[in-house]
Design a protein around this ligand. Structure first.
Ligand code: MOS
Length: 747
């Protein structure tokens, strides 16, 4: 059999190329969904509920309709029918949503009407005049409600229980133990680009400009709700201004706008305001996590017991899977991770960048530090003492795990060896308290389904195609590098088409798996094209490669070479020309060998070291230095990977010190639902930030050896900062974000 493969590591991958879409973005020529203004466009505004629980009893529809430019108003009384049930969950990544199906209000900012206007101003004014009146009931928000249910593990976002070993024996065997409870708040995704859609119907066919993390999957979902075949929908999603999980799901406001466009026979644009992003578009649920760690006399963990209570909505069942963070990391004698949900009058939570692990490792890494402190052991030494050589619980080997190298390289770069064991030992020249802390980072390395197409054209250029999503992470660049390598062409000669649903399904940009997944599909597709080309050459007596069959060929720089004999080669263009000049089209799917998937545990790992400075009088906190060392398999583009990891670490700063939705428990409304009150880091909050990518060769994870870097940066960072703040001040804060008043209270 002919053994023709693209070289696994071509000349494009591994290069720190700049973003292919960078110039378009900085010059403003990149077209985001809401930049589309088709002829006859109507503007839609959704009216957010001003209460968190109750009913809408009255709308001033006549007053709103009387305003010039208001075209139509939809309320539950005249809501447009849907083919699919918004309360059903017929597919993965399906959440229940509100699309005016009744007059019940289940959370603040729930859509309770849609107003269409000739202009955005008219629609906004109509929405104001509509003035819904409510019969409000007392809402429940936060973690203290009584309506609870156990996680059952029954599918996406239904975190379950995982127990390995004899937990009672593990607790009993401990000679030292900690029993600690941490809290994390609700986070809202707050991508720079708010959710938007421009919907245009042509008969029963639908075109959507829509930012989505899963283009082809979204097409299927919208088809279900609208009652049309997915093939009749075209989704264009060339650029996303961030997603973070929120743009993977179908949500009510977008569906309402699409239904209105069909009903009115005109294109409709809806773009959410910033404050409307705090409700119907998902968020990270709040958690209360109890961590019990027990150790023996050698400092080895006999038990790691992690319980999570997490908020979920009144009508769906997503549970932040925070306890899962304790399943993959440390070699405890027994492991227990359980989840309970508490219902609240909030929009349904969902995946937010590093779902589970961000919140879970914030607690776990803090607890590890507290345990180390209790026995007077260096926190890094304590982690090394409990280093998992195989996956805890299952005993499976890791496909690769360079975590020890991460610890070593990160610690060396940071200067960890000079850290005093006790807190409140270091002052800088300005009299600031200085603290150093560290945390381990972990994130799974999944792969999903995706397809790709790769074409060798007769003119010597290539075309690679997959409906992938670039939400800012750099997919357009990294995937093009992989595709060009797969075709054996320099990247300048390869056109990359993506971001639209008429291409092969590029899968979901989520779970830190997009490069491995969509890249894997392109790699396979390129391999298929090269194999076809090699078969043509091998069968052609005029080719220098005639008869290469069993020795095989490799593709490089637009030529096929006989494997192990570089003197025999031929240009792609010549092979194609002699064969009649037709382009060679390859197809492929993302895959991971089932044997490897069963036999190996697959994770990216890292170690994050943090320095903070704290004012000894005012307790203002600054993260002055972060060093993160990450091992994530093969790095396709070091520049973009570093950028992803930095972005994650900055989110870690945000989690540790800034970010929280603050609820008014009387009204159930979020009081800081805007960028004035919802604090995310700005440049002034981010000081020394260093990323080390640690070499890791992984022969099992997939053909490319690629893991993922999108989410892991958050996971070790939060704990590292919390631990550094303890080290600076001697005060342990177990509620995130850590606030000045918490430190003052601890003095
Ligand atoms: Mo993400 S939370 O995997 O989009």
């Amino acid at each position: 059999m002919l053994d023709a493969r693209p070289t696994r590591f071509g000349s494009n991958s591994g290069q720190p190329m700049t973003r292919r879409d960078g110039i378009a973005k900085v010059t403003g020529t990149a077209t985001f969904a809401a930049d589309n203004n088709p002829e006859g466009l109507l503007h839609a505004v959704y009216v957010p509920a001003a209460i968190a629980r109750g009913r809408v009893v009255k709308y001033d529809t006549a007053a709103a309709m009387a305003h010039p430019g208001v075209v139509r108003i939809y309320t539950p009384e005249n809501a447009l029918p849907m083919a699919g049930d918004p309360e059903a969950k017929p597919f993965m990544f399906a959440f229940r949503f509100d699309a005016l199906q009744n007059d019940v209000v289940r959370y603040a900012n729930q859509p309770v009407a849609l107003v269409l206007g000739d202009t955005l101003e008219a629609a906004n004014e109509g929405a104001r005049l509509l003035n819904p009146q409510y019969a409000a009931e007392s809402p429940m928000v936060g973690l203290d409600g009584d309506d609870r249910f156990e996680g059952d593990g029954g599918g996406f976002g239904r975190a379950g229980a995982t127990v390995h070993g004899d937990t009672e024996a593990g607790h009993a065997a401990a000679t030292q133990a900690v029993d600690l409870t941490y809290e994390t708040p609700e986070h809202y995704h707050n991508a720079m680009e708010t959710h938007a859609v421009v919907a245009r119907w042509d008969g029963d066919k639908l075109e959507l400009d829509l930012p989505t993390q899963a283009i082809v999957m979204s097409r299927g979902a919208y088809g279900y709700y609208l009652g049309i075949p997915p093939e009749d929908i075209t989704i264009r999603s060339p650029y996303l201004g961030g997603g973070f999980g929120s743009k993977a799901m179908v949500q009510g406001p977008q569906v309402l706008a699409i239904l209105a466009a069909r009903d009115l026979g005109r294109p409709v644009k809806l773009m959410l305001r910033r404050d409307q992003m705090f409700g119907p578009t998902g968020h990270r649920g709040a958690t209360r996590q109890r961590l019990r760690i027990g150790i023996d006399d050698d400092g080895r963990m006999t038990i790691l017991d992690h319980e999570t209570l997490a908020t979920t909505s009144a009508f769906d069942d997503f549970i932040e899977p925070a306890s899962n963070a304790s399943q993959g990391l440390y070699a405890a004698g027994a492991l227990r991770s359980v989840h309970t949900a508490v219902r609240a009058n909030i929009g349904t939570p969902g995946p937010v960048r590093a779902p589970g692990e961000a919140s879970g490792s914030a607690a776990l890494e803090s607890a590890m530090d507290e345990m180390a402190e209790k026995i007077g052991m260096d926190p890094l030494e304590f982690r090394l003492r409990n280093y998992a050589e195989t996956e805890p619980g299952t005993g499976r080997p890791y496909s690769s795990k360079a975590l020890r190298d991460c610890y070593e390289q990160g610690a060396a770069r940071f200067g960890w060896a000079r850290r005093p064991l006790k807190p409140r030992q270091m002052l800088d020249d300005d009299g600031m308290l200085v603290g150093w802390g560290m945390g381990t980072a972990l994130f799974a390395a999944p792969m999903f389904a995706a397809e790709g197409r790769a074409t060798l054209r007769p003119d010597g250029t290539g075309l690679i195609e997959t409906a992938a999503a670039d939400m800012g992470q750099g997919a357009w660049t990294a995937l093009a590098q992989i595709g060009a390598d797969a075709l054996g062409l320099p990247i300048e000669k390869v056109e990359f088409r993506s971001g639209t649903s008429d291409l092969p399904d590029g899968g979901v940009a989520g779970g830190s798996g997009h490069t491995a997944t969509a890249g894997g599909a392109l790699h396979a597709a390129g391999g298929d094209a090269i194999r076809q080309l090699a078969e043509i050459a091998a069968a052609d007596p005029a080719s220098p490669l005639f008869g290469t069959g069993n020795t095989g060929v490799v593709a490089r720089d637009g030529r096929l070479y006989a494997r192990e004999d570089d003197s025999r080669s031929e240009a792609f263009t010549d092979i194609i020309a002699r064969a009649g000049g037709a382009a060679v089209v390859g197809t492929g799917k993302a895959s991971r060998s089932p044997e490897d998937a069963a036999a190996h545990a697959m994770y990216s790992h890292g170690a994050v070291f943090a320095e903070v400075k704290v004012d000894p009088d005012l307790y203002q906190m600054r993260v002055t230095r972060l060093v993160g060392a990450f091992a994530a398999g093969r790095i396709i583009n070091p520049r973009l990977a570093e950028s992803q990891l930095m972005g994650g670490m900055i989110w870690g700063i945000s989690f540790a010190l800034h970010e929280a939705a603050v609820f008014d428990h009387r009204t159930g409304r979020i009081v800081n639902g805007d960028f004035a009150g919802y604090h995310i880091p700005v440049n002034a909050d981010v000081h020394g930030l260093e990323v080390i990518t640690v070499h890791e060769d992984d022969p099992h994870v997939n053909a490319l050896g690629v893991k993922g870097v999108g989410e892991i940066g958050i996971t070790g960072t939060v704990g590292a900062i919390a631990n550094a703040i303890w080290h600076a001040t001697g005060t342990r804060v177990r509620r995130f974000p850590i606030r000045i008043e918490d430190l003052l209270a601890g003095q």
